[in-house]
Write a protein that binds this ligand. Structure first.
Ligand SMILES: Nc1nc2c(ncn2[C@@H]2O[C@H](COP(=O)(O)OP(=O)(O)OP(=O)(O)O)[C@@H](O)[C@H]2O)c(=O)[nH]1
Ligand SMILES: [Mg+2]
Length: 202
């Protein structure tokens, strides 16, 4: 749920990076933090990690301009993908306005992607949000691994598994190389702000 901070004349919008363990959610946000102008982003906050496993969440605020005199501040969050952190994932989703589902292109992760999407659907339902109507984009990450000779899923297979009924935009990416990271953010931001702005008018 977007919040208006009147004192700061700011609209705060929450976008959550969701997906199975190790799909590259944190890597996306770290890349954004490293490459974006520091006047645009606030400090990245990482709450609790072990190696490259997020145990609670990452947080990065990004200012993306103004609408009708209101500054728009996008708050990016990542969830911990590991199965055992189900309760934390649900908590991080509270008040979400838009979702990036980061799927792992590794063929061995095929079932994990599907399970994580189901988990997302259920957690959104617990907040009375329908996955078919919330702003959502897919990111098919780790496409670079094809060159390393590692078996990866084709985009068609991932579309069939995850996006055959939702039919939302999907981006191929390599978050470690920074490919597709901004494109993904741009699209989810555009979609989310459109929906939030519509609600404000009503
Ligand atoms: N080859 C390759 N490796 C990647 C890519 N994105 C992330 N990784 C690696 O995958 C591992 C996990 O990445 P994270 O970004 O920590 O994954 P996560 O989704 O945040 O994982 P959890 O916090 O456990 O849910 C790290 O070693 C990353 O360097 C990518 O595009 N290509
Ligand atoms: Mg993480």
């Amino acid at each position: 749920m977007a919040l208006i901070d009147l004192a700061r004349r700011e609209l705060q919008v929450k976008i959550v990076y969701y997906g199975p363990a190790r799909s590259g959610k944190t890597t996306n946000v770290v890349y954004l933090y490293k490459t974006m102008n520091k006047q645009v982003t606030g400090k990245m906050v990482t709450i609790d990690t072990k190696g490259d496993r997020t145990l609670f969440f990452d947080f990065l605020p990004v200012n993306v301009g103004k609408i009708k005199g209101l500054g728009i501040r996008i708050q990016l969050y990542t969830v911990p993908g590991q199965v055992m952190y189900a309760a934390t994932r649900r908590l991080v989703l509270r008040g979400v306005d838009g979702v990036v589902f980061v799927a792992d292109s590794l063929r061995v992760q095929r079932q994990r992607n599907i399970e994580s999407l189901k988990d997302l659907t259920e957690n959104l339902n617990s907040y009375a949000i329908d996955i078919r109507t919330i702003p959502l984009v897919f990111q098919y990450n780790k496409r670079d691994l094809a060159k390393a000779g590692v078996p990866i899923l084709s985009v068609d297979e991932m579309e069939e598994d995850l996006n055959s009924t939702l039919k939302v935009p999907a981006f191929e990416a390599s978050a470690v190389l920074g490919k597709g990271v901004f494109e993904t953010l741009r699209e989810i931001t555009k979609r989310t702000i459109r929906v939030v702005a519509n609600k404000l008018v009503k």
